[in-house]
Write a protein that binds this ligand. Structure first.
Ligand SMILES: [Zn+2]
Length: 259
């Protein structure tokens, strides 16, 4: 599932292909906006906010997309046929390039002035220019009885963490995922570590938290259920937590992250 760093990269690729160029074609394959036509308008820019993408278009319009579980944006030379079987939800094309949104979990078109309705609830963006660890900590502390595992995925506290960074950050800090927020002394250290992990991965595909980019060695606990902990040899545990419908998987080392 794409997390904040992957969305950040998607925004950069969209900027490279679309910024400042006039759209020659738009194709919204979602019922709500099936008749929308942005051709003739220049794209201003694309921003990422947590896991949301905002593509601003001339005339006070913003295309809002979210990758959700397995969405992606593919940049191709204009006019190329899309691969059969790809579930295309949106195409934005100019004379040179076409950006093809495949399996996007959300496609919306709003007034740019109304962007806050879509992303105004988000906490500080771990990869945003306005990243503010103190504000993230303040938001986390507001609900001290929540489990830290749930609180870190709640994008209203801080925006950009998904199940991979949650598991890896908690492991590196030795924190049991079900520990209450109010019981954690160094929340600032925790969110700052999460930010550094995303920052370190924003420039390349994949998530490396161990410093070792070989495919089998990239993470401490994520994707390693039942395998020995890299620190202590205990088998990595796998479970689910929280009420959110999608992002519930948690992995941890019962020895390095004791109750
Ligand atoms: Zn361990």
């Amino acid at each position: 599932m794409p997390e904040g760093d992957a969305v950040h990269r998607a925004a950069a690729r969209l900027r490279g292909a679309l910024d400042g160029r006039v759209l020659t074609r738009s194709d919204f394959r979602v019922p709500k906006h099936a008749t929308a036509d942005l051709s003739g308008r220049a794209v201003v820019t694309t921003l990422s906010r947590g896991k949301h993408l905002l593509t601003r278009v001339e005339g006070d319009l913003t295309v809002h997309t979210h990758l959700r579980m397995d969405g992606s944006w593919q940049i191709q030379p204009a006019g190329r046929r899309t691969a059969p079987g790809d579930l295309v939800r949106l195409v934005l094309a100019n004379e040179q390039w076409q950006a093809v949104g495949v399996r996007l979990g959300m496609v919306d078109l709003v007034r740019t002035a109304d962007e806050a309705r879509l992303v105004g609830h988000l906490g500080p963006d771990l990869l945003g220019p306005d990243w503010d660890p103190d504000e993230a900590v303040r938001r986390l502390r507001a609900a001290p009885d929540r489990t830290i595992g749930e609180a870190l995925l709640d994008q209203r506290n801080l925006a950009g963490i998904g199940t991979i960074y949650r598991a890896e950050t908690l492991f590196l800090r030795g924190i049991w995922p079900w520990k209450r927020v109010g019981e954690i002394e160094d929340l600032r250290g925790l969110v700052s570590l999460a930010q550094r992990l995303l920052e370190a991965n924003k420039g390349h595909a994949g998530t490396v938290t161990t410093g070792d980019r070989r495919p089998a060695n990239q993470t401490w606990v994520y994707g390693r259920a039942g395998r020995p902990c890299r620190r202590c040899g205990t088998r990595i545990s796998r479970g689910e937590m929280g009420a959110q419908p999608q992002e519930r998987l948690i992995l941890w080392c019962a020895d390095c992250q004791p109750r």
